[in-house]
Design a protein around this ligand. Sequence first.
Ligand code: NAI
Length: 354
Amino acid sequence: MFEDLLRAWDGEEVALRFDGPTGAWMFVCVHSTALGPAMGGTRMKVYPAPHEALADGLRLAQAMSLKQAAAGLPFGGGKAVLAVPQVPAPRSPERRALLLRYGDLVESLHGTYVTAADMNTGPADLDVVGERTSHVLGRTPGNGGSGDSGPATAMGVFHAIRAGLRHAFGSPDPTGRTVLIQGVGSVGGRLARLLHEAGAILLLADVDAARAEALAAELGATAVDAASVVDAGCDVYAPCATGGVLNAETIPRLAGRLVAGAANNQLATPADGERLGGAGILYAPDYVANAGGVLHLAGFETLGWDEAQMIARLAGIEETLAEVFAEADRYGIDTAAAADRMAMRRIEEGLGAR
Ligand code: NAI
């Protein structure tokens, strides 16, 4: 089963370790180092079977290659999965021991792979990993980490919305445009404030209804039921909660002209990119729109950027998306396919430059 998955994959290497004391499988998937060390988060999760964890890691690592390339960063794509029998409690001795052994595995790759946080791992876990390896981003600020990437991601999505508005309506100005934000957490909440300041009309939805209502009251916005988000009339739909929200069932019901948000893996399947285009909805590909997270980590922790450089790079998401939209128009393809093409081209240029 492992062999079939690995042979069907187009990445560079996978380091695999079985952790006897916990029964966990560790998969470090290095998809591409064409543009630099493979960087991507470590996901800790219970899977029905180890091969499903490997399949997840392989897919996510490939997506990271495209994301890093589209962001113009000197990093390749990688992802690690810790497939645990059960997720050990935060700060438990078992979790610490597992993370230390995982840190040894990352260190053994000598920087081919640089880790960060993903599902069920956070800055405190990366502090532990960092006791064994320096190839780690996103530790707590006291240990050299750059802190919450939510504000940078929100600013990047704000620029993605401006790029989309420019393409769809002829002006990037959000004034008077109705934007529906699904999920007003770390990113969505900040995005709401940015758009409010820019004059947008806001509809806010969150499964934590009280959170959406409180923010709506503060910003003079309207809270909408999280269960009926896709039916709400708007110009822009900004998914900032979970993935898979753009699918055969939701797309025909979407009222907006533009989708641009922070959530990862917004398209349920690649065909949904075409489906959006067919419905006349402009889609800002998720990994381009939400690149603020990787720009924040890489920029502040390895590339030595100051605030001004970060602001400029986040604004650059607007130009990147303009290129993506132009490419989609030029070749008559959907915008998700156009972003993949652009990213692949950069990776191939990186390989050529070696
Ligand atoms: P968060 O956990 O702070 O906020 C998510 C919010 O969405 C919460 O308020 C939650 O109650 C709400 N929510 C969850 N399911 C929902 C649903 N079905 N409908 C409506 N609301 C729902 O997460 P954060 O950091 O704001 O991230 C949001 C999304 O952006 C996630 O998909 C994340 O993977 C993605 N992302 C975040 C980055 C970052 O820098 N924080 C970077 C790149 C992507």
